[in-house]
Design a protein around this ligand. Structure first.
Ligand code: O7M
Length: 272
């Protein structure tokens, strides 16, 4: 009974008809002239300072919001602030500023657990969440896509991560279940992103050659989101040139001495 109420309330944002996440992102990006997704990550806080984190995040958003098309939340805020008491208010604030919101929970469990994870994050107002295709479809990703479809929200899949050890998982050579031939794991994930109707694919900016290869598979159907700029060594320029549609940027802005100027500079480099 409670679950039902919960779903009705979250079917639309402010009672307005919802566009698909992919279309909404594209329109928001064009309207705001920004292809930048803010990775809303702050450093670990001591227990004394944790209470100030909400105010810090809220003030930060008030200052930098004009330069982004979306905000991507991670555990950096969900763990210390809680989902419904803290983060939901920031999600609402981001929406009030006209930004899209993405939860980077990297869903990676069995289907029934994934379904609960997705329902809670979408109920908190998130427009999309990020999931790991390693878990496969049946009793893995399918329930996540089902919930997303029901609520008209998005699912973005990891295809090739930005960190140094990404090759150990995403770069493995596997046997293609359909052809029996050898194929790279990330190539298989890119094909699955198309097959499942994902709203986005994450490919690290630290591997522009992988972005290029994935873009060849996805074309314009599934946009590429690319993290790993600045702090991780990637550049926005090479990621965009290789075919990324959105850049995900965190510490380069959240730790900058002048976050507003830095955010503006990065936005100007990547105007859609
Ligand atoms: O710009 P940074 O390095 O401070 O932050 C990058 C953010 O993107 C941070 O929140 C990471 O958890 C996330 N991320 C990566 O850095 N690499 C990936 O391969 C994938 C992600 C991500 O956003 O996944 C959705």
């Amino acid at each position: 009974m409670k679950t039902k109420e919960f779903l009705v309330v979250t079917t639309s944002r402010n009672g307005v008809f919802r566009l698909s996440f992919r279309v909404n992102m594209e329109q928001t990006s064009k309207k705001r002239e920004s292809s930048i997704v803010l990775a809303f990550d702050f450093p670990l806080e001591t227990s004394e300072n944790r209470d100030n984190l909400f105010t810090k995040a809220e003030r930060f958003l008030e200052l930098v919001h004009p330069y982004f098309c979306a905000v991507k939340f991670n555990h950096h805020l969900v763990l210390p602030l809680g989902l419904f008491n803290g983060v939901q208010k920031l999600v609402k604030k981001a929406h009030d500023f006209g930004l899209m919101t993405i939860m980077d929970c990297k869903v990676n469990d069995i289907g029934s657990t994934n379904q609960v994870i997705a329902e809670y994050y979408y109920a908190a107002g998130f427009d999309a969440l990020i999931a790991n295709p390693f878990i496969g479809w049946h009793e893995g990703l399918q329930p996540v896509f089902d919930v997303a479809k029901k609520l008209k929200r998005g699912v973005i899949l990891l295809v090739y991560m930005s960190h140094k050890a990404a090759a150990e998982g995403y770069g493995q050579t596997i046997l293609d279940a359909e052809t029996g031939g050898k194929i790279a794991q990330y190539v298989s994930f890119a094909k699955k992103a198309l097959k499942y109707g994902a709203d986005g694919a994450v490919v690290g900016a630290t591997y522009p050659e992988k972005i290029r290869e994935v873009r060849e598979i996805l074309g314009r159907t599934v946009p590429i989101y690319s993290p790993g700029i600045g702090a991780q060594g990637g550049t926005g320029h090479s990621a965009l040139e290789a075919g990324a549609r959105y850049l995900i940027v965190g510490r380069e802005i959240t730790l900058a001495e002048h976050p507003v100027e830095t955010a503006k500079k990065i936005r100007d480099l990547a105007k859609p």
